[in-house]
Design a protein around this ligand. Structure first.
Ligand code: ADP
Ligand code: MG
Length: 277
């Protein structure tokens, strides 16, 4: 093996849905933690101005010295912004409320859609840094609830997209607009971008509607839907207030098992994809 083969190319995944409250942040935190627990080196990039992923991983607003804002607006080096979390193997680029203004500030600047991609590439090649922590197996990007320039930056920087869908009546509403945005990103800035999968979440087995929606989504989207379904589980909702991923809060609860299963399904897909090449 050559040194070049040893250099990992991370798989970058944007967690996208322009609707709020569908489980993007919850999925980003817990999938990132689950992949770390499977021995992967993971970076979570929080590009939602609300910063819920940062808070949920125990980095309070006051504790954020620098953020994704500095990267996107001021061209800061990502390795100077990324910090370790309490989850072994998981690093975080925190968000900041200032990010809400970033959209305006980078609005017409050149290369406005590819700033995150450039920052990640630079960190990966280690340029400007002398650290071995600049190498990740997975980079997960928690997107804001919009199809803004921030989300487009995430799409430009990603290999694939995971779309969480809540098992409720309007689950598919807005999906065609989202898929259009992905197609646009593909056509203009990122030809290799794929939809990794649609992920059903907040599934309630006691609620008939939940089951009907899940069946409906599978009928429409077929193999694009992950086999793993995330149940509605109170432990998942409680974990962020203890600044922990759910598996570090209650490892045996249904929510923890489901997110571990999601990570395993993703890893199995990727190793199949690799061996097919
Ligand atoms: P988004 O990032 O898409 O806005 P969140 O991940 O913040 O959505 O989830 C919205 C709310 O739903 C949060 O309060 C979260 O704790 C809760 N939640 C998410 N997934 C689940 C789940 N599987 N079971 C129970 N509550 C959940
Ligand atoms: Mg969120």
């Amino acid at each position: 093996e050559t040194a070049l083969n040893d250099m990992k190319t991370p798989h970058t995944i944007a967690i996208v849905n322009q609707k709020g409250g569908v489980g993007k942040t919850t999925t980003t935190i817990n999938l990132a933690a689950a992949l770390s627990m499977r021995g992967k080196k993971v970076l979570l990039v929080d590009i939602d101005p609300q910063g819920n992923a940062s808070t949920g991983l125990g980095i309070p607003r006051a504790g954020r010295e620098s953020s994704i804002y500095d990267i996107l607006v001021d061209g800061a080096n990502l390795m100077d912004v990324a910090i370790k979390t309490d989850v072994p193997g998981l690093m975080l680029v925190p968000s900041d409320i200032d990010l809400a203004a970033a959209e305006l500030e980078i609005g017409n600047a050149a290369g406005r859609t590819t700033r995150l991609r450039e920052a990640l590439t630079q960190a990966q090649t280690g340029e400007g840094t002398a650290t071995d922590t600049g190498r990740w197996d997975y980079i997960l990007i928690d997107c804001p609830p919009s199809l803004s320039i921030l989300t487009v930056n995430a799409l430009a920087a990603s290999d694939s997209v995971i779309v969480p869908l809540q098992c409720e009546f309007y689950a598919l509403e807005g999906l065609s607009q989202l898929l259009q945005t992905v197609e646009m990103a593909k056509a203009n800035i990122n030809p290799n971008l794929i939809i990794e999968g649609v992920m059903l979440t907040m599934f309630d087995g006691r609620n008939r509607l939940s089951g009907q929606v899940a069946a409906d989504v599978r009928k429409h989207l077929g193999r694009a839907v992950f086999d793993t379904v995330i149940p509605r589980n109170v432990r998942i909702a409680e974990a962020p207030s203890f600044a922990k991923p759910v598996m570090m809060y209650d490892p045996d609860c249904a929510g923890s098992l489901a997110y571990m299963a999601l990570a395993d399904e993703l890893l199995a897909r990727h190793s199949r994809r690799k061996s097919a090449h």
